[in-house]
Design a protein around this ligand. Structure first.
Ligand code: NI
Ligand code: MN
Length: 227
């Protein structure tokens, strides 16, 4: 079965199989790079890596409108529940759950995670997804860490890694990340949304393809990669 992953700018990704659509970090309102709005999405599931507004994004509005299942860490799920979101599944770092449509596991990420109201968002996370025989790693916001090697041992069909620098790994560390993760395909994310994270993804792609066996797909917002 194929899995289609569409990038909507920043860290927003829509993972689609025959069975399910899962939207990651739905930062659409206020995201100048996003070619779609909240009205255009009706996902079955939303997965949130951490509490920052450029990741939590429109989660509450979408989930309340459609009754969408929200998967995130315990603290963020509690926050969502307090906002009136009813369909939640809390996980925490290292833990995963086998849903009928696939597995979602939270990985470590080195970052912060305050929520929009200033409350504690728990540890930030990355996402390891196993759907339809494919394994996808969405790193969330993070600096480089050597344990990416362990994540790579899962044999990743796709890795989505931040390259923007300033708030996350920059291009050089993201290249090291690809060396550790050894994914078949890598998609750069979390760049060009704000002035301080402007990068040249095509230059990065050349370097990555020179030094690793990963194929880099530099997507325009709204473009997809099929696994
Ligand atoms: Ni963040
Ligand atoms: Mn961010």
């Amino acid at each position: 079965m194929t899995v289609e992953v569409t990038w909507y700018g920043h860290s927003v990704a829509l993972v689609k199989t025959k069975e399910i659509t899962l939207l990651i970090d739905p930062f659409l309102t206020g995201n100048a790079k996003a070619p779609i709005t909240v009205e255009d999405v009706k996902p079955d599931v939303i997965a949130i890596t951490h509490g920052h507004a450029d990741h939590l994004g429109d989660t509450v509005a979408i989930a309340k409108e459609h009754g969408t299942l929200c998967v995130s860490n315990f603290e963020i799920c509690n926050y969502l529940e307090a906002q009136g979101v009813q369909n939640i599944h809390p996980l925490h770092i290292g833990g995963g759950f086998n849903f009928p449509w696939g597995r979602v596991q939270l990985t470590i990420a080195h970052h912060g995670s305050s929520l929009p109201d200033g409350s504690y968002g728990g540890s930030p996370a990355g996402l390891l997804l196993s759907f339809a025989g494919k394994t996808i790693y969405h790193a969330g916001d993070t600096g480089l860490f050597y344990d990416m090697k362990l994540i790579g041992e899962r044999r990743l069909d796709l890795a989505m890694v931040p390259i923007g620098d300033n708030f996350t790994m920059g291009p050089d560390d993201a290249l090291r990340a690809v060396e550790l993760l050894e994914p078949k395909i890598v998609v750069p994310m979390h760049y060009d949304t704000f002035d301080v994270i402007e990068q040249d993804p095509n230059h990065w792609a050349l370097q990555v393809e020179r030094k690793t066996d990963a194929k880099v797909r530099v997507l325009a917002p709204g473009e997809s990669v099929t696994l």
